[in-house]
Write a protein that binds this ligand. Structure first.
Ligand SMILES: Cc1cc2nc3c(=O)[nH]c(=O)nc-3n(C[C@H](O)[C@H](O)[C@H](O)COP(=O)(O)OP(=O)(O)OC[C@H]3O[C@@H](n4cnc5c(N)ncnc54)[C@H](O)[C@@H]3O)c2cc1C
Length: 435
């Protein structure tokens, strides 16, 4: 570290905390800790990370914001996120997230709608679809996994097994496995079909059986803009466009060096960068670095565009989410029909957000695009959240990892929020002493 060391900005005698990264985990940590300590947020992007790829559309009346990627959640699986949003005043609304499944360049073989009945979102199949044997097999296997998954999880039959091995052992029909489950979960986990097969079975089955199919899906009405504005409110300072280069623990605190050449001392650092990046930043703290370095990631592409060729061939089959499967590709394509998901776009010309475009959209129709990266979970890395939780029980700990990889389950917004919650709880005694 250079000699240009400063004590981070902050008034009073409160603890000084740096939050490195402003995806949902960093935002949640800022919200939870920032009311009791002087928090400085670092973000490598020019804007807060959760909205770094979002785009404001012109020529659509109120210029709606389209989040890239679009993020939805469900009361079934996101208790921590929903509680956080409620406390912070983030308004949420239910959205229809019904789906279709088609072959690349071919027919739609499975499609459903959602009906809201008694506060529940109940999927139903158009009766004509049930004439198709393929559709009937998928519907039957969906019900079987719902029925048996929970009881098999409870009895420990899924423990230590990959999803692929479990589905094979239970002889699930390939029409369901390759035509429905793997494409849907490659999209939920933003990874290749092989990586979904290698996920721990209980992680995927736990999500599948959580009630997501009946409790419906929600979005933040104001998108990432509103989430960011509210969760960053308690921050003392937000340094966007400032990448942290090194984090070093010493007996008198934690030193954070950034790419402007500045070095600041903090009492604690919340490490909210992705695990692989976080591991590279740490100087010392070998125990934490070793755990972070084990987390595998996969990269892919998201494109916002107007090209209808990336939606199912028949317009009658378009649903809010449209999976297009090509057996020779390593992942499906998932096209979200944004007009159906964002009320502000209801009367606009068709606009899509496609993850993994296996058909390249016409460049003239592209609004924006981004390369994204997601952590994936394997049997070998299943223990990462527990190992991180164990590290955070160390009374001398000053560097605190948070992120979607650091919580249990699929690395989604819930795991990111839950990991921030855990760290804020661990820091509470120190904050109370100095607050
Ligand atoms: C296509 C796609 C669709 C998704 N859909 C959903 C969904 O519908 N629902 C859902 O729950 N989740 C969804 N997710 C997952 C969700 O986006 C992630 O779980 C969430 O963004 C993770 O937040 P995080 O804070 O852990 O990490 P990140 O969002 O990765 O944030 C890390 C931040 O750290 C910053 N950073 C990195 N290095 C440095 C550095 N050296 N200095 C300063 N800053 C740094 C990065 O710029 C970034 O802003 C989706 C993801 C993708 C890719």
């Amino acid at each position: 570290m250079t000699d240009a060391v400063r004590s981070a900005s902050g008034a009073g005698d409160g603890l000084r905390v740096a939050v490195v990264g402003s995806g949902l985990a960093g935002l949640a940590a800022t919200w939870l800790i920032g009311r009791h300590a002087e928090v400085t947020v670092y973000e490598a992007h020019e804007t807060p990370g959760m909205g770094a790829h979002s785009v404001r559309l012109s020529g659509y009346g109120e210029a709606p914001l389209v989040d890239v990627p679009l993020r939805v959640f469900t009361p079934a699986y996101y208790p921590t996120l929903l509680a956080l949003y409620e406390q912070a005043g983030v308004s949420v609304e239910a959205v229809d997230y019904a789906a279709s499944f088609s072959r690349l360049g071919g027919d739609t073989y499975f499609v459903y709608r959602n009906a809201w009945i008694g506060g529940r979102s109940l999927p139903w199949l158009p009766p004509t679809m049930l004439l198709d044997g393929f559709t009937r097999v998928i519907a039957r296997e969906v019900l079987r996994l719902h029925r048996r998954g929970v009881e098999q999880m409870k009895s420990g039959r899924l423990a230590g097994r990959t999803l692929g091995a479990y589905l094979e052992a239970e002889r699930y029909d390939p029409a369901f496995v390759d035509g429905f489950l793997l494409p849907a979960y490659a999209s939920v986990c933003t990874c290749s079909t092989e990586a979904v097969r290698a996920y721990p079975a209980d992680v995927i089955v736990g999500y599948f059986c959580s009630g997501v199919t009946t409790l419906g899906v929600m979005r933040a009405i104001g998108g990432s803009d509103d989430v960011i504005r509210r969760l960053l409110a308690p921050a003392g300072e937000v340094r966007t466009g400032t990448a942290v280069c090194r984090i070093r623990r010493t007996p008198d605190g934690v030193y954070v060096a950034d790419d402007t050449g500045r070095v600041d001392r903090y009492d604690h650092v919340v490490l909210a960068a992705p695990a692989d990046r976080g591991a590279e930043l740490l100087e010392g703290d070998r125990a934490l670095r070793d755990v972070l370095a084990r987390v595998p990631h996969e990269s892919s592409r998201v494109v916002v565009h107007h090209d209808m060729r990336l939606a199912p061939r028949e317009r009658a089959s378009w649903r809010p989410v449209n999976f297009i499967v090509a057996p020779e590709r390593d992942a499906p394509m998932a096209t979200i029909w944004l007009n159906e998901v964002q009320p502000g776009l209801a009367s606009a010309p068709p606009l899509f957000q496609t993850w993994n475009p296996i058909v390249e959209p016409d460049p003239a129709t592209i609004v924006t695009e981004a390369v994204v990266s997601r952590p994936v979970v394997t049997l070998a890395t299943r223990d990462v959240p527990a190992r991180l939780a164990a590290l955070t029980r160390d009374p001398d700990r000053r560097i605190w990892p948070v992120g979607s990889y650091a919580g249990e389950g699929i690395p989604l917004l819930e795991a990111a929020a839950a990991s921030a919650h855990r760290v804020a709880a661990a820091l509470r005694p120190s904050l109370a002493r100095t607050g």
